[in-house]
Ligand binder design. Structure first.
Ligand code: CA
Ligand code: CA
Ligand code: CA
Ligand code: CA
Ligand code: CA
Ligand code: CA
Length: 377
């Protein structure tokens, strides 16, 4: 009897010891592999409120219509700077910094928009804007006039050769050659790089490079200062490429830019923008559409993840949800925007608690920056 119970005790002890050892071994190897819990070292999402919102696009509240903004700084009169927003069901809206609509153009199904300053044309320079136009499967070019009105400036529409509809778009000006470019992508992961050039008093373009990503892309931004193109693969993360036409067609994935290794991100990755500071400093902002937040990374390599914010409802203005496009500028505009502003599309606009057509929210950079530890610049 005694012998048997000893035998049982021994087996129990051996099993316990083995269990203990295997847990200890698992923990040891996990640490050795550096596999920490996803949440460790990540700041929780901070919330801010918008300072203003634009007039809704002229669509029904049920339509997915507003998509992507661009901020145009009027350097001779900063208070008269403008926000240009696409309405992918019909055109382009131009808004002042309080969100009042100044112009609206029925130009077609305009998806993404971006701009650059001082494009040399004839004996002058113009502020130039590019838009992806799904009505004509083209990139359309506009001159931005002093009052923020828009004027077609392309010699002919730049007709895309991609198989799928034109989708995301951004501009790039090379600090190396001084040349201006437009990147446009489609839902199949294809990207065309167009070089722009003057032809008399109009602008024309030619394709100089093609890139290809594995799955659906849209949001893109180019950092002129570092010659980097960022492309958001919607269900993967943010890729960076050399933005020069002679650059490699191989991209590099930014760490913690996808939901697999960042609990604060939920697909899709959507619009992106760069907040530039001197000497390569600054931030990359990306819309994490699946959880209505915005992820912030350092601008300089290796693009360290800094944290995320959400834009919640304030006293007068509702928060922003399911954001597609966004833009940001580092330019002081009076007391309203002493460190610049962030503009985001709102997928679910409410006015006085009632569903309204989509619009754009305007947020002071100062209020965003103060939410980080340490504060952003
Ligand atoms: Ca949408
Ligand atoms: Ca844009
Ligand atoms: Ca998208
Ligand atoms: Ca979009
Ligand atoms: Ca909202
Ligand atoms: Ca509202």
């Amino acid at each position: 009897m005694k012998k048997i119970s000893n035998h049982f005790l021994n087996r129990k002890t051996i099993i316990s010891v083995m269990l203990f050892l295997s847990i200890a071994f698992f923990q040891l190897t996990s640490c050795k592999n550096g596999k920490k819990p996803k949440s460790e070292g990540i700041n929780p999402v901070q919330s801010v409120t918008a300072r203003a919102e634009t007039k809704p696009v002229p669509r029904a509240s049920t339509e997915d219509a507003a998509d992507d903004p661009a901020i145009w700084i009027n350097f001779s009169s900063p208070d008269s700077s403008r926000i240009i927003g696409t309405d992918k069901k019909g055109g382009l809206g131009v808004y002042d910094l309080d969100g009042k609509e100044v112009f609206y153009y029925n130009t077609g199904l305009m998806n993404n928009v971006d701009l650059r300053y001082s494009f040399p044309l004839a004996s002058d320079t113009i502020d130039i804007m590019a838009v992806s136009n799904r009505t004509d499967q083209s990139v359309d070019l506009y001159k931005i006039n002093k009052d923020g009105s828009l004027q077609v400036v392309h010699k002919k529409q730049l007709l895309s050769l991609m198989k799928e509809e034109v989708y995301g778009l951004c501009m790039y000006q090379s600090k190396i050659s001084g040349k201006f470019y437009v990147f446009v992508d489609d839902k199949n992961g294809a990207v065309e790089q167009w070089e722009l050039f003057a032809d008399g008093d109009k602008v024309d373009g030619r394709i100089v490079r093609n890139l290809k990503l594995a799955t659906q892309v849209e949001g893109m931004v180019a950092d002129d200062g570092t010659a980097t193109l960022y492309v958001g693969e919607e269900d993967k993360g943010i890729w960076k490429f050399n933005a020069e036409p002679s650059g490699s067609v191989d991209g590099e994935l930014i760490p913690m830019s996808g939901e697999k290794d960042n609990q604060n991100i939920k697909y899709d990755i959507e619009g992106m923008a760069i907040y530039s500071l001197p000497e390569g400093e600054g931030y990359l902002v990306a819309s994490s559409q699946g959880n209505s937040t915005y992820a912030f990374f350092e601008r300089k390599a290796p693009n360290k993840y800094l944290g995320s914010i959400s834009i919640i409802s304030g006293d007068l203005i509702d928060g922003s949800e399911e954001t597609d496009g966004l833009d940001v500028v580092n330019f002081a505009i009076g007391d309203r925007y002493p460190k610049g502003l962030l503009v985001v599309q709102d997928g679910s606009n409410k006015d006085n608690g009632i569903a309204a057509a989509q619009n754009y929210k305007i947020i002071s950079w100062e209020s965003v920056a103060s939410k980080f530890t340490p504060a952003l610049n």
